[in-house]
Design a protein around this ligand. Sequence first.
Ligand code: ADP
Ligand code: MG
Length: 458
Amino acid sequence: MEDIDKTRLWNDVCESIKLNVSSAIFSTWFSQTHLAALNKLGDRYSADVGCPTLFAKSTLETRYFGLIQNSLNEYLKTHCDLIFSVKQKTASEIKINSETIAPLFEKDKVDHERLNMSISRAKLRPSYTFNNFAVSSSNQMAWAAAEAVSKNPGGAYNPLFIWGGVGIGKTHLMTAIGHSAIEKEAESKVFFCTGEDFTNDIVEGIRNKTTQSFRDKYRKLEILLIDDIQFIAGKDSVQEEFFHTFNALVSSGSQIILTSDQPPSEIQKLEERLRSRFEAGLIVDIAPPDFELRCAIVEIKSKQRGVDLPDNLIHLIAGNIDTPRKIEGLLIRILSEINLKKSVLNESLIENLIGKGDDQINLKIKASPNDIMTAVQKYYSLGKKQLLGESRVKQFAQPRQLLMYLLRTQLSLPYQEVGRLVGGRDHTTVMHAVDKITQMASNNVQIREDIRGIKNVL
Ligand code: ADP
Ligand code: MG
């Protein structure tokens, strides 16, 4: 086993992974990976998995570590350690795939214009595609539902109702479904509008006695996307017309996708018959994004604007800004500082902008790992041994997990380093802890209070 062909080995590993995950998952996370290095250390191997982006790296690391490792162990017939790094494929590795990619590009060119026309006719925002949408635990359900609807419009869940707070990706995800339909068939009848647009259209129809053309416009659609549907609540004639539009579309097998800032049950003055229609479909919510997802969004958005931010700056932004929309706002400010004022892109520029903006949630604490450890001890009145020891009793285990979470999200320390600091634990334990606290922090008031309290101690 001296001369192992890395490319071939990785192809084999990918083939076996394909059997274990859906094709969407495979193409999202695995198709752009490669084996950057494979080293033998004694009777073990160590593999470096090259990932195209930071987000792919953290997803593969947190969710697919075991799957990849098992497969490598099997092919190498011995234990293989894994590390993940952000590395583009080298020219020779890209060449292998280029043949299959080339014809796609040709086709793209030919269809490009037709596609663009359809996208603007449907009123879809061009960049809001599935490709540009990052997925993590906070939006995984909504994403999976949107994917299912894309695969089988009108057949999977009807309507699909996506709700959640401001600026967390509802419009983007809904729009992605429209894009996917048009990508498959440029002539698909897709239309995006807001609850307000819909209302205006109807009011105008009634005023100008053109309700028939209103009906012709909406009822022939295959996919209707209405963003912020809560807007129609309390408006009787609009709800009435929407009810009939809804029924006509659903009975002809068309797909309806709605978003709102609240679930149907909470929308005030929404007609009962509409509420029950909405509840007959699938209702999914998007929770505030966790740290990893915010990192991914920073990365996607900055790349779209032609800036390649280094990891430390990505972490700095993601650690301080809570919603995707605010991330976008901050990036725009950063860019204008660089382009107009010729400022240098570095930590202090970003810290300044975060400090000035109204969008700071909790400016990242300036502290050493030791400070954080002491603060956690103080806050929970625990001794060092209790905090770092082995006891799994909740009163010790949870503060310990919170400590790992803070070290990772506030200081951006690598998982391994956090593990080392917190009683010599391995990186999977740390990942689990960070994941768990992140999830709890999105819906558990006590945990949020604790995090705030600890920061105050600092
Ligand atoms: P909402 O409709 O929930 O208020 P938007 O869909 O308008 O939020 O999202 C706000 C911004 O954040 C948009 O620029 C969007 O592209 C971006 N965004 C939100 N979620 C994601 C995500 N998961 N991946 C990439 N970008 C996202
Ligand atoms: Mg929106």
